[in-house]
Each structure stands twice: as structure tokens, then as C-alpha cells.
Design a protein around this ligand. Structure first.
Ligand SMILES: *[C@@H]1O[C@H](CO)[C@@H](O)[C@H](O)[C@H]1NC(C)=O
Ligand SMILES: *[C@@H]1O[C@H](CO)[C@@H](O)[C@H](O)[C@H]1NC(C)=O
Ligand SMILES: *[C@@H]1O[C@H](CO)[C@@H](O)[C@H](O)[C@H]1NC(C)=O
Ligand SMILES: *[C@@H]1O[C@H](CO)[C@@H](O)[C@H](O)[C@H]1NC(C)=O
Length: 434
């Protein structure tokens, strides 16, 4: 392309050549000339190619009432297997080990109760994906055009893990990201489990978001922070609407060039044929009304084999939603997280673009402060971590961090029903947060 614009005569020759090629080949390759047009068309082609890479051939497609198209794609044909380290990967359909915790004792055991724990997504009203396939939310041209660039489509814009050890507000607030979180660190963690209620927070500006998630973090190297993340989010510039959506994320290099949301890059291996990552979750909780929640479990099967015999690429970080195993992140995606995590975080994050020079009114969680408590504030409850013996247990010494407590706050506690829990969130802009 550089030589193409360098000289006028060369340009003419190329143009004539292109004309001849397109003249003779036009009927065979109808779109062959679009690439030779101006950058705008090059961009168009780039978008088309990206869509082709992302959207795998579907066995069946389902139109969801929320406008999504869900493609049922053969599990062996999913995006994960485009990853160079997963070329010869054999998909594992079930985890070999499942941690049990403090709050599983009273677990529903009858069939009907179990099925009430399964996740409902809007697209289920229009159909289901057959066995052997996985549901993938189709990426549209508009989705990509809303992104800042094709290359960064589906990637977080900043190093957004909350940095509890940092005292410099600029370092903990890159690009207007504000957090209210709880965390534990200083041990080796092999996963976490928590129950989170669902809300539909308002976001004031189209480029702002509001999310609630857990972070499994290994941050011993600040250049190569490794994370596994999961939760729900309202992210209009990515999804094109304000719905509450299930998401996962990962990175192995501090959000620079690896990782992405959901399945929009290769990495996460999905085994579940019922739940679409990026799909809407419903119903959501109502203020002073019914509360709806999801339980997320992320765990690493820690093998007890001698370190010398163990294949470090063999481990997997599994994820379960309510009672459904979703799939796993192969350890080979990670550097530091290949073994264990050094920090776990839970809570909310929003962006505040300060439009019109004011703190925006983007809500976190329910949009109400934690002090309002049950039925009104958003919560994480029954928070547990997985220790080196594969046991789920109450975390030792949870700390909390609210960067702008007058905008979004957090309040933690414990009791026998909810174990370790916290309420978090807030309205953003208010007389104490301007
Ligand atoms: C996949 O298998 C082929 C043939 O056995 C081998 O040459 C290649 O290195 C393997 N690739 C990976 C990423 O393991
Ligand atoms: C998850 O399970 C809980 C019961 O533990 C249930 O109340 C909730 O509706 C389920 N969540 C979804 C989104 O289906
Ligand atoms: C999303 O919310 C914004 C206000 O925050 C509103 O302007 C917009 O119309 C909403 N979009 C949809 C698709 O509902
Ligand atoms: C529960 O909360 C009390 C204070 O209310 C605190 O002293 C105790 O350490 C907490 N227990 C756990 C397991 O976090």
C-alpha cells in the first residue's frame, strides 16, 4: 500500500492493472475492487474480515427478543481454538474436581428446585442450542463500528483493576474509572465464589459503563498483570443497548494486547450449550421489590502432583454460573496466573467522563448507597475463596476500598446466612459528589 501512493506513474499502472483485473474477474469476485478504494473502504474490509473471523458458521441461529442473534456453533469450532496455544487442544467437557463450600450444605437437592437455579436469558424464549454446540452472541457490523478501533474491539481501554495498595488517586483512577470494592491479598488463591444481585443501572453518557464483577488477579508484575474476571455489566458502546449482560474477561499482559470480553477473542473454552456470554440476564432486582441474583464460581483445579511431574499447561480455571458449568480458561493463556492468584477483588466499577465538567449521574449497582441495606442496595454475599487444599472458605481479613465514597460507597459485614457480604454502589452525581 505504501508504494501504491508513492508515485503518480506507478499509481496509474496499478490502476490500469486493477481495472483489467476487476474487469475480467468482476463477475467471479464481485467485491474485489472495494479493497483498492480509499481508506474508508479498507476500513470496511477490515471490519468485514474481523466479522468473518469472529462469527463462526452456525448450525442454527436464534433471534432474541432483545435484538441479539445467537449462533449455535459446534463446540469444536468455537473461537478459542484459533488461539495459537490451543491448536491441538482437546476440549474437556467436565471439570475433574468441584470445590464445595460453607453454603452448599442447605443446597436444594430436588429436581424442581435445581431447575429454578438455572439461568434464564432472553433468547431462551425463541429457542435453544442443540447438544454439541455453544451459543455465541453474534457480533454485528455496528458493534465493531462503535469501537475505537477494529484491533481493540472487545478489549478494555485501560488497566482497570482496582489498585488497593496505591495511594495516588491518578494511579487508581485511570481514565475516570471509579470503584467500590472489597479485596483480599497476601495469600495464594485458587478461585472464589460469590452471589451478586442483578440491577440495571443507568449510564448517563453512551461511552460510560457500570459493572459488577469479581477479579481473580496475579499482579506480581505490574507490566503483566494477569486477570480472570466475571460478572454483569451495562456497556452501551459495546452491546448497543442498556441491558444487563453476563460477561467474562481475561488478560495476561495488563490489558495491553491479550484478552477480551466474552468470546470476541480466542481464549475461553465454552462447554455449556445454554448460556450465551454477553447475553442479557433477566429479570433484574427492583428497588424495594423482588431481588434476583446469580452465583459465580471460578476455580482452578490444583493438582497435588509434584511440581516436577506436573505439566504447567494442564491446569484450567473453570467457571460456573448458578448450577451450570460454563467452561474454562486454559492455564496456557496466562503467565503468572498459570498457578494461582495473589489477590481477589469483588465489587462495582463505573466510568465517569465528567461531561459538562461535572461528575456524571451514572449509577453503580442499584444506584443507591450501601446504607440503605437489603432490598435497596446492591450486594455481594456468601463471599468465599478457594485455598491451597481446594476448599472454599471464608476469606481472611476482607478490606474495602471506595475511591469516591460520596459518589459510590461500600459497607461490609458478616452473619450466618450471608457469610461475608457487602453492600456497595451509589447514584454518582449528588450534592456531595459534584
Ligand atoms: C500441534 O501438533 C503438531 C503435530 O503433532 C505439532 O507440530 C505442533 O507443534 C502442535 N502445536 C502446539 C501449539 O502444540
Ligand atoms: C440463580 O439461582 C438462584 C437460586 O440460587 C435463583 O434465584 C436465580 O433466579 C438464578 N439466577 C438466574 C439468573 O436464573
Ligand atoms: C440508554 O440509556 C440512555 C440514557 O442513559 C438513553 O439515552 C438511550 O436511549 C438508552 N438506549 C436504549 C437502547 O434504550
Ligand atoms: C465478622 O464481623 C466482625 C465484626 O462485626 C469481625 O470482628 C469478624 O472478624 C468478622 N468475621 C469474619 C469471618 O470476617
Amino acid at each position: 500500500m505504501a508504494t501504491w501512493v508513492s508515485g503518480e506513474s506507478r499509481r496509474k499502472r496499478v490502476r490500469v492493472l486493477l481495472f483489467l483485473i476487476s474487469f475480467y474477474l468482476m463477475p467471479l469476485i464481485p467485491f474485489s475492487c472495494s479493497a483498492a478504494e480509499m481508506p474508508i473502504s479498507r476500513h470496511k474490509l477490515e471490519v468485514q474480515n474481523h466479522l468473518k473471523r469472529l462469527n463462526k458458521p452456525a448450525v442454527k441461529s436464534i433471534k432474541s427478543p432483545d435484538g441479539d442473534i445467537i449462533d449455535c456453533v459446534h463446540a469444536s469450532n468455537q473461537p478459542a481454538f484459533d488461539h495459537p496455544s490451543l491448536k491441538n487442544h482437546t476440549i474437556q467437557m467436565r471439570p475433574s474436581f468441584h470445590p464445595e463450600g460453607l453454603f452448599d450444605k442447605n443446597k436444594a437437592t430436588t429436581k424442581s428446585e435445581q431447575s429454578s437455579n438455572s439461568i434464564t436469558q432472553l433468547w431462551h424464549f425463541s429457542g435453544r442450542c442443540p447438544e454439541g454446540t455453544i451459543p455465541i452472541r453474534r457480533t454485528t457490523k455496528d458493534d465493531i463500528l462503535r469501537a475505537s478501533s477494529v484491533e481493540r474491539f472487545g478489549m478494555k481501554k485501560h488497566t482497570t483493576i482496582p489498585q488497593p495498595h496505591s495511594v495516588n488517586p491518578a494511579a487508581i483512577n485511570p481514565g475516570g474509572h471509579e470503584h467500590a470494592i472489597a479485596y483480599v491479598k497476601g495469600d495464594k488463591y485458587y478461585g472464589t465464589k460469590a452471589t451478586i444481585n442483578l440491577w440495571k443501572p443507568n449510564t448517563q453518557q453512551p461511552n460510560e459503563f457500570s459493572l459488577s464483577q469479581l477479579w481473580v488477579v496475579e499482579d506480581s508484575s505490574s507490566q503483566d498483570v494477569n486477570t480472570i474476571e466475571a460478572g454483569w455489566q451495562v456497556l452501551p458502546y459495546f452491546y448497543g443497548d442498556n441491558n444487563t449482560r453476563l460477561f467474562i474477561y481475561w488478560t495476561s499482559d495488563s490489558y495491553q494486547s491479550t484478552g477480551c470480553y466474552n468470546l470476541v477473542c480466542s481464549g475461553f473454552v465454552q462447554t455449556n450449550n445454554q448460556i450465551a456470554l454477553g447475553g442479557s440476564l433477566s429479570p433484574v432486582s427492583a428497588y424495594s421489590g423482588s431481588q434476583y441474583d446469580i452465583t459465580i464460581l471460578v476455580w482452578k483445579v490444583k493438582t497435588n502432583v509434584s511440581i516436577y511431574l506436573r505439566d504447567p499447561t494442564d491446569g484450567k480455571w473453570w467457571m460456573q454460573l448458578n448450577d451450570s458449568v460454563l467452561g474454562y480458561w486454559p492455564s496456557s493463556l496466562f503467565s503468572y496466573l498459570a498457578d494461582s492468584a495473589s489477590m481477589i477483588e469483588w465489587g462495582g466499577e463505573v466510568t465517569n467522563t465528567e461531561s459538562f465538567g461535572q461528575h456524571t449521574s451514572t449509577q453503580m449497582g442499584s444506584g443507591h448507597f450501601p446504607q440503605e441495606g437489603n432490598g435497596k442496595a446492591s450486594y455481594f454475599r456468601n463471599i468465599q475463596v478457594i485455598d491451597g487444599s481446594n476448599n472454599l472458605k471464608a476469606p481472611n481479613g476482607i478490606s474495602t476500598l471506595a475511591m469516591y465514597a460520596t459518589c459510590y460507597n461500600i459497607l461490609s459485614g458478616n452473619n450466618s446466612d450471608w457469610g461475608n457480604y457487602f453492600y456497595y454502589g451509589g447514584p454518582g452525581r449528588n450534592p456531595n459528589c459534584l
